[in-house]
Design a protein around this ligand. Structure first.
Ligand code: 4FV
Length: 256
């Protein structure tokens, strides 16, 4: 699995390449990261990568040519390494919202992606028309650049690769994970047993696996019903809620 990023700030990708579980996995060769700076694909003394917008208006727009040359270099380098060409993903608020499903699909494809990290007001539309295969958004807010969005998307996908997390089961117990029927994760507790006068919930101390699983399920249902009722509807529509779950949710509703 390899990710490429076209970015004016290549050093930012050290965050996922060199740090934490993604950094350890990179060191173990579980995945690879390559960065391409559009400035390296300019031919003028000032290494110009942006210019003023046609039609006027504030800010600058990234030039198409350096971006296209960077993408071509990334694709050529992949082919030279016996890899398939990868989808070209532009990070933009206008893109499809990236979620856990996109992270799982990205991890499953093993093809990776070439992330285009825009800066300024954005990139020339003709580059998008000619080279971009997918637009993804991290959320309905505006970043100063696409790098942080790409970093988050890479992190969310790489941690799902086998051997990245200490215990692959950890990813299974995640919020939004199909194993949790897309519900929010239940609360977590560790030592000490009493903290600030508050004890760890008794079921978690019982050693009774069925009781622990039930407690965690009910906490997931409670938290999801309170904060993300849309996810309850999705789970219900997918037939992922048991009669016991529905009884618990009805009792919860009755308490409101
Ligand atoms: C963004 C987002 C985002 C827009 C103009 C970079 C900025 C600048 N990317 N999800 N939200 N991008 O705000 O992905 O070029």
């Amino acid at each position: 699995m390899r990710f490429d990023a076209v970015t004016l700030f290549p050093e930012m990708f050290g965050l996922v390449r060199d740090q934490g579980v993604t950094g350890r996995a990179h060191g173990q060769g579980i995945w690879a990261m390559k960065v391409w700076n559009p400035r390296d694909f300019t031919h003028d003394a000032h290494r110009t990568v942006d210019d003023r917008p046609y039609g006027g208006g504030p800010g600058m727009v990234m030039l198409a040519a350096p971006l296209e040359a960077a993408v071509d270099a990334a694709q050529a380098d992949r082919v030279a390494q016996g890899m398939a060409q990868a989808p070209v993903v532009l990070l933009s608020p206008t893109g499809q919202r990236y979620g856990q499903r996109e992270a799982e699909n990205l991890a499953a494809t093993r093809q990776g992606a070439i992330f285009i990290c825009g800066r300024y007001e954005g990139v020339d539309q003709r580059f998008i028309d000619r080279r971009v295969t997918q637009e993804w958004s991290l959320g309905d807010f505006v970043l100063s650049g696409g790098e942080i969005a790409a970093l988050a998307m890479i992190d969310a996908a790489v941690r799902l690769l086998p051997g990245v997390l200490n215990d692959d089961a950890s990813a299974v117990q995640d919020s939004f994970n199909p194993a949790l029927d897309g519900l929010l994760d239940s609360p977590h507790y560790t030592r000490p047993e009493i903290y600030g006068g508050e004890s760890v919930p008794e079921p978690l101390l019982s050693g009774h696996h069925a009781r622990i699983a039930r407690w965690r399920r009910e906490q997931s249902l409670r938290l999801t019903a309170q904060r993300r009722p849309d996810l309850i509807e999705q789970a219900r529509a997918a037939g992922r809620l048991s009669k016991e779950d529905e009884r618990f949710l009805a009792a919860l509703q009755a308490q409101q």
